[in-house]
Design a protein around this ligand. Structure first.
Ligand SMILES: Cc1ncc(COP(=O)(O)O)c(C=O)c1O
Length: 321
């Protein structure tokens, strides 16, 4: 019996178990298959609900989080939305610290879900809608200040292993089950690297030959070791120009792919029009990267990607003209 066949005690139990859909229409022009995990169908409309639940429940289990203690985290909006849902249901006050560069839908949604949202001005020269590594450094400073001031639990998505464990324990195994283990590659646009690391660990354990590729914005491919020329790219939720990410250090990376902003936008729009999948910039970037693989070394093969969040989160941007 799946969770769809019974009454659930709360929306927390409605997190995960998302469908895996073949992008058959987009696949017509490609030699091979793209399978898309519809993570925008989570209660907070993104894959980050999963890590919110895992991080909070891990901390409850080992006593790092006390009843009614305040939870604080830096977010581009999606982790904050997940935490707002999980903390709201479990009775922890939640403070989301976010750059003003992220879309306004995110702030409004987190506030609706009961979160306190602290907005941090962007670094001088930054562009609204384009959150750079410098912007994120300012958000980090403010987050640390609030954690200390409120004796709060930091749901630190860049460091806590609950982030990758959510995907290692659930997302990866779900994909393996749904595809009957028949996938050749996985490529994932990284922010914290949690979904890449967790899924890649699960896939490699099943079959070390499954190729796992990190996706970065063109001009901000810092993990690939390139110099950063476009820190203010448009692919929200990642591409922060960090040279290392703690969570991906334990996982083998088969390669690094870069996606120009324009390709992320084109594929996000095509996903909506041709596949009925209304997702965001990073989902477009993931499909753009999968198409690169199918046109080169993975011709004729099956590539899995995440549809990270909902296109509704970008209605105020020019993603949807
Ligand atoms: C829309 C979106 N795409 C991609 C990512 C990157 O995911 P991860 O942090 O697991 O690398 C995030 C992370 O916040 C996100 O919000």
């Amino acid at each position: 019996m799946t969770r769809h066949d019974r009454v659930l005690p709360s929306a927390i139990e409605a997190i995960g178990d998302t469908p895996l859909v073949e992008l058959a229409r987009l696949g017509r022009e490609l030699d091979g298959r793209i399978l898309a995990k519809l993570e925008y169908l989570n209660p907070g409309f993104s894959k980050k609900d999963r890590i919110a639940r895992q991080i909070i429940e891990d901390a409850e289990t080992d006593g790092r989080l006390r009843p009614r203690q305040t939870v604080v985290e830096l977010t581009s909006g999606n982790t904050g939305t997940g935490l707002a849902i999980v903390c709201g249901i479990k009775g922890y006050p939640f403070v989301a610290v976010m750059s003003t560069g992220n879309s306004t839908e995110r702030t409004r949604m987190m506030r609706a879900l009961g979160a306190e949202v602290v907005l941090v001005d962007q670094a001088p020269g930054s562009v609204r809608g384009q959150v750079s590594g410098d912007d994120l450094a300012l958000v980090e400073q403010e987050t640390q200040r609030i954690v200390t001031a409120r004796c709060a639990f930091r749901a630190d998505q860049f460091r806590l292993t609950g982030n990758m464990r959510a995907h290692y324990l659930h997302t990866g195994p779900e994909i393996l089950r749904q595809s009957a283990g028949r996938l050749d590659a996985f490529c994932d646009f990284v922010g914290t690297g949690g979904s890449f690391a967790g899924c890649a660990a699960a896939f490699k354990e099943h079959n070390p030959a499954i190729g796992c590729f990190v996706v970065e914005p063109e001009g901000a491919a810092a993990l690939k070791g390139q110099s950063v020329t476009n820190p203010g790219h448009r692919i929200q939720g990642g591409g922060y120009s960090m040279r290392t990410l703690p969570l991906i250090e334990s996982v083998h990376v088969d390669g690094y792919l870069t996606v120009p902003d324009a390709d992320a936008v084109t594929w996000a729009r095509r996903l909506a029009k041709e596949e009925g999948i209304f997702a965001g910039f990073s989902s477009g970037a993931n499909v753009a990267a999968a198409a690169q693989l199918l046109r080169a070394t993975y011709r004729g093969k099956t590539v899995v990607v995440m549809m990270c969040d909902s296109g509704l989160k970008y209605l105020s941007t020019d993603l949807w003209p």
